[in-house]
Ligand binder design. Structure first.
Ligand SMILES: [Zn+2]
Length: 229
């Protein structure tokens, strides 16, 4: 079994740090509307937020706090990355990860979960002044993360001069369709109706269906509760 060395982990952390501060990631800027127990709310996903997550990444200076990076046992089955809301870590499938546009899209997706976690119940919205964010459904947190990843890929494609094909997987196709609509409108609002198709695709996807069981009201536990710097 290949175990990950401290220097590989340090490399991964600095790769994620650079990614979050890259012009392409910093360009991501949208307001995500979602529904919860007492109405609708919005969560802002933007470069300031990603810069905050870059600051949260665990270093020797904030050891035991912040967001740490873990590497899956390469012999283990799962191939995806994930973010853990309870212990605040990003897990990637291999020590060598983040070197392709698709892998970077995945990292942006996971860091969007971390951003939601960092905000916790704190609102950064302009609209319903000071109304706490409240509890989000898991499917909506996923939709938000898929949109952010799709936007990132569009901006990286533009910067690198490659054009994106329409993804074959319905989740990525639905996320890309939303992202293409808002890519040139900083601060665009993605309304609850705008991400309905994406939510359906997430619920139908077998990765999520394993624990959401097609349940729109499934919530992640523990929910987003803040990250100590
Ligand atoms: Zn996710």
């Amino acid at each position: 079994m290949a175990s990950t060395t401290a220097s590989q982990k340090a490399h991964l952390r600095s790769l994620i740090h650079e990614l979050l501060l890259s012009p392409e990631c910093q360009k991501i800027d949208f307001d995500f509307a979602f529904s919860h127990g007492y109405g609708y709310n919005r969560h802002k996903v933007d470069g300031w937020g990603y810069a905050h997550i870059a600051l949260c990444l665990e270093t020797p200076l904030n050891s035991g706090r912040g967001v740490s990076v873990r590497v899956q046992d390469e012999t283990a089955e799962g191939v995806g990355a994930s973010y853990d809301y309870g212990q605040n870590f990003i897990e990637v499938p291999a020590a060598v990860f983040g070197h392709t546009p698709i892998e970077r899209r995945t990292l942006v997706h996971e860091c969007t979960h971390a951003l939601r976690d960092a905000h916790g119940m704190k609102s950064r919205i302009n609209g319903a002044a000071g109304v706490p964010l409240g509890r989000t459904r898991g499917v909506e947190e996923e939709a938000e993360a898929f949109i952010a990843g799709a936007l990132y890929l569009i901006y990286e494609g533009r910067a690198g001069g490659f054009t994106l094909a329409t993804p074959t997987a319905p989740v990525f196709a639905a996320a890309q369709a939303i992202a293409l609509k808002i890519a040139d409108t900083p601060g665009a609002l993605v309304g609850v109706g705008d991400h309905a198709d994406l939510r359906k695709a997430i619920l139908a996807n077998k990765t999520y269906d394993k624990f959401m069981h097609g349940n729109m009201d499934f919530v992640y536990a523990p929910g987003p509760n803040g990250i100590k710097l």
